[in-house]
Design a binder for this molecule. Structure first.
Ligand code: HXC
Ligand code: NAP
Length: 290
């Protein structure tokens, strides 16, 4: 059931949605579902050949309208250009999915300042660039809008070895909650999703390079014992960008099978205690109370 689309067929009909990083991975999967729900889709990232190939495939798979536009989220003028082209093709833009990201694992003391900036500029600056450019336009034209930011659970827990990403995602979360209040008066909603592990080439190749994939099976850290299905995330994203979620604002929804709470709960490691050991402990307790 969780591999199926959840919303009504026309849930996003007539809406134009921009997905940053929409040519690959989770951005592609979410975009595909938006098309199935009737949206016009704009996908943008740095690599035009990747975007064009994805656009061709998505058109063939869904019959929907997809516009690929090359642009670097770090560059404000390019971001304004993407919005201009999107508007020229489809008219008003209704939704923005800030999904583009950069990430890699490294001990922090090994990073150069350029390495730090490489990630922060894509994730935090890229998100503020798109949010500001489109938000100003919506406010000026008195149009409603919906912003959805992709963060992750270490936006609030922090995490070693991905520190630039943790700092940037924490900033995106602060942006989400701040604008949810400040821009509500303009009828602009701002929400976030914090995914746990969802297999993609982009993330897996950078976060679990080489043998790490065999050594650290991400599913093992998830209480539900598996990684996420792209459709599960797409269902949530489509809901948050649709008018069905009209009263949801400033929320960050975690979709991680319980992963981060498992790490947080002081005694969660007791799952390693076998039923026989629990029997023994119970017998000891009963023995000592008589
Ligand atoms: C240390 C690194 C590095 C690495 C690059 N650098 N990779 N340092 N370890 N693995 C350093 C370089 O040496 C350089 O510094 C600086 O970073 C900039 O490198 P460039 O290659 O010039 O950067 P750029 O071309 O801008 O590419 C950005 C990138 C790249 C982030 C490095 O990986 C990229 O394009 N990523 C986009 C897609 C992506 O990352 N997807 C995964 C998202 S997954 P010096 O000083 O040498 O010049 C995700 C999951 C979150 O976010 C949560 C999971 C649960
Ligand atoms: P991905 O396929 O590597 O997606 C990242 C996208 O960002 C790529 O399409 C990339 O395209 C684009 N991008 C990078 N730098 C850019 C720039 N400067 N300008 C414009 N676009 C840029 O990885 P993914 O796993 O699908 O990740 C998608 C989102 O989910 C990210 O926000 C990530 O942090 C989040 N997330 C993923 C997981 C997971 O398990 N996969 C878990 C938690 C959160 P170009 O290279 O063409 O620019």
């Amino acid at each position: 059931m969780h591999k199926k689309g959840m919303l009504k067929e026309d849930a996003l009909k007539g809406k134009t949605i921009i997905v940053t990083g929409g040519g690959t991975g989770l951005g592609r999967s979410m975009g595909k579902y938006f098309l199935e729900l009737g949206a016009n889709l704009v996908i943008t990232s740095r690599k035009m050949p990747v975007l064009e190939a994805t656009a061709r495939e998505l058109r063939a798979e869904t019959g929907g309208k997809v516009l690929p536009i090359a642009g670097d989220v770090r560059n404000f003028e390019e971001v304004e250009g993407v919005i201009r082209e999107a508007t020229k093709e489809f008219g008003d833009v209704h939704g923005l999915l800030n999904n583009a990201a950069g990430n890699f694992i490294s001990p922090t003391e090994r990073l150069s300042d350029r390495a730090f900036s490489a990630v922060i500029d894509i994730v935090l600056k890229g998100t503020t660039n798109f949010t500001l450019a489109l938000g100003k336009k919506w406010i000026e034209q008195k149009n409603p809008g919906t912003i959805l930011n992709i963060v992750t659970t270490y936006a609030w827990t922090g995490s070693g070895y991905v520190v630039p990403s943790a700092c940037a995602k924490a900033g995106v979360l602060a942006l989400t909650r701040s604008l949810a209040v400040e821009w509500a008066k303009y009828n602009i909603r701002t929400n976030a999703i914090a995914p746990g592990p969802f297999p993609t080439e982009g993330a897996w190749s950078r976060l679990l390079p080489g043998d790490l994939q065999k050594k650290f099976d991400p599913a093992q850290h998830v209480p539900l014992g598996r990684v996420g299905e792209h459709q599960e995330l797409a269902n949530l994203a489509a809901y948050l960008l649709s008018d069905f979620s009209a009263f949801v604002n400033g929320e960050v929804i975690t979709i991680d099978g319980g992963e981060w709470l498992k790490g947080a709960g002081e005694f969660n490691h007791l799952e390693m205690v076998t039923p026989q050991m629990w029997d023994m402990l119970e017998a000891m307790r009963k023995g000592s109370s008589t």
